[in-house]
Ligand binder design. Sequence first.
Ligand code: SF4
Length: 364
Amino acid sequence: MLDAAAPAPATPAADGAPPLLDVRGLKMHFPIHSGLLRRQVGAVKAVDGVDFTIRPGETLGLVGESGCGKSTCGRAILRLYDITEGSIRIDGVEIGHLSQHALRKHRPTMQMVFQDPQASLNPRMNVSQIIREPLDEHTKLSSAEKDEKVLELMDAVGLNRAFARRFPHAFSGGQRQRIGIARALALNPKFIVCDEPIAALDVSIQAQVVNLLEDLQEQFGLTYLFISHDLSMVRHIATRVAVMYLGRIVELAPREALYAEPLHPYTQALLSAVPEPDPALARKVERVILKGDVPSPANPPKGCNFCTRCPKVMDICHEIDPMPRHLPGGRQVACHLYEDTKTTTDPTAAHKPGHSSAQQGVSP
Ligand code: SF4
């Protein structure tokens, strides 16, 4: 059963393995048009310069408040949008600016599990037709082979084969999500974006679906980008965690390090709000209440994106946008409170004790 305090899932790939997904400088801006001539007067910067990699077999959790751009980021990586700028390499192939026609042959490699299983399944198709659809589109299997593959996929996700002719409305939310997962697996993908896959499910079902995703990862060697606002669930499933705010990744770290000592003031605020069910394990964390609203991604603040709400804001934060600092232990944080170990000549200057979150009275 799901246990939030369970050890991190093992990463099958050895450290140093080439990444399966390499995202560099990804931007997804949506133009704003106005007036009779529909002139462009600005842009909503939903994703505004995102960099990260995911190794084979790894699960990267992508967390942040609603509207921070995490779902747009996942969709942009799968090229459900024509991206504004940046590079997306999956399994060594650059797909960032391929045409939709050229993308077709790469589609089987990358799939998506959607948030709302009700909305993502065609109500006029039965389970067999839904799971079979990608096989019809992308393979030359015979009809009998497709039927057999559909039944195997139903077995894999824990659906009774007798349900193959039933329609989506006859299933519970958890069962519908299993159908969506089976469809995502039909083409033997290497990489799956799980976009809030449990957000629309009952709490009692969420753990079952997360456990299923973990089992399938082990069985099929899958790599996940797991998008969620549920930090407790991400703590369970992710090997590393990226925290997103206003279209940017503000902190990225191995799971244990991030939850034990969050560095970015925004991460500290998010984690301070996560309830710990076991009082014996509860971190002695001062709750950080962020003031103000998230700024509009069409008009982000000058300097650091977080400067209008940050409890540790300094003068420099209003002027200079902090670039990501690379810290020991594979950590990365975009904040003026820290110095980059790759650029400083004094390695002890990075992640300065005087700047540690613990000393700033937020972390335990
Ligand atoms: Fe806060 Fe400044 Fe760090 Fe931004 S750069 S998170 S405003 S301390």
